[in-house]
Design a protein around this ligand. Sequence first.
Ligand SMILES: [Zn+2]
Length: 555
Amino acid sequence: MTTEADLVVRGVPIHTMDPDRPLAEAMAVRGGRIAAVGTEAEVLTVCGPTTRSVVPDAAMVLPGLVDGHTHLGFAGRQVAWELSLSPMSGPAEILPEVRERAGRLGPDEWVVGGIVGGAVLDAVGTPEALAALDEASLGRPVLLRDDSMHNRWVNSRALALMGVTASSPDPPDGRYGRDARGELVGLLYEGASTRAEAAVRAHTPDARARDLHSVRTAVCILNSLGITATMDAATMGVWLDAFTELDNAGELTTWIVACMAAREFVDPGVAGPELFATAARRRSAHVRPDFVKAVLDGVPMTRSALFLEPYADVVHGGAATHGCGFYGHSFYTDEELHDLLEHAVSHGLHAKLHATGDGTVRQALDAVARVRARHGAGPVFHVAHPEFVHPDDVARFAELGVVADASPALWFPHLMNTIIGAQRGAHGLERIWPLRELHAAGALLAAGSDWPAATLRPDPWLSIETMVTRRNPDPAFPGTLGPDQAVDLPTALRAHTANPARAMGLGDQTGQLRPGLSADFIAIDQHLLDVPVDQIHRTQVRQTWFAGTLVYESP
Ligand SMILES: [Zn+2]
């Protein structure tokens, strides 16, 4: 039996993210694991004549990056099959794109796409808008998803394939949009959306093969950006099956920690305790269905997030229901949330809670406090999207051991933040993304992209840079967004490596370069500590290695 390393990486400074040895000259890999990290002389002691020497044409080696919040299946499906729409587009831009796509499809194929901004949905709830979508669709069924992923804009052919007519009652968990006369207008709210997704799936040949190709596509993109571990933030059974099948076939080149959906999320199927009960048999070497995911509210842009102060005093989209004194609401009562967390924890699962308003952030922290009092420090809890956190709640993240899942990476001037600012009440964008406060109070900051819900590309380099600068490199969006909430570069790097790995339960597997961990590492074209911080978004990944195997190399 040989103890010689399979390969040794050298010739490039290695930044390990390991506080015990942050910098190294060389790293040896054996059997997909890191065998040694240190000076060349130290590492050469585990090398022999068969050890392959790797000298990347690069400026810096880092651990493979970790994206703490993605939706892999949806992202891959969007890139591989679907019509990609900007959430900033209006009907005038969307309809020609639908027509162009429809023209390239067979007569019964669905045009599926997104993201459509919530404001567009508010504007198209009329028979005229439905007729315009029907006309653009050339007779194909159309399903377009909104930015909350909760609602859909569909055409008449899609409604027919769903078996829905004007006389159909609303489903118990949702609503079919209608005009004043009760006619359908092609809008689907909440649970009505899942019925449309089920119709798409029922009319898609080879849905399984498509799922696998979608996940392969997404993972390929992650690897090209230097990402080798991610958290799938709301997993339905079909996607968990796809992850495991690829892993068992030796094809999966990223770790995936899956958050099983507590309620149906985007795709139809089994959710909640029935899904959680299948976790053990769906586990594989790199796929860990260890979390449950509950969505406590929507998003501030569509006034579906719950805040502690009322939304701005304007009537939204002509809807009187969103008038003065509107705070938004939670999809869970305190008891429902408590029962869900109790169930999860008593089955050995952890939980990620989507909470975009400071009201649901507080509800999540209160629920965690109750569960901690009974079960202690073991279970892991994430609050996803803590863009608004009341000052009284900042310290509670650390006190309660709640991870700040900082996603999506929008802590810089951006059209979405302009829209959010217009909806927010008296305090506007004040203290938005309070990352410095959370970090200073001792919270674990774990960054995520929320790809594809908030971005067409899960770019970690833009995310790292803007955590430090709070500036958009795009000159179309000048200025800064709350620069007093910036963190320093080492903190931003940890938030994209060791921290999310730890938050996902992978701290003993990846996110750092130290002996015993999986040999997940990247070589990049510039030294992040030597270039001006506002150039970090230009970083190119030269090589990505997963478990000791080269899985991406730049052309
Ligand atoms: Zn998400």
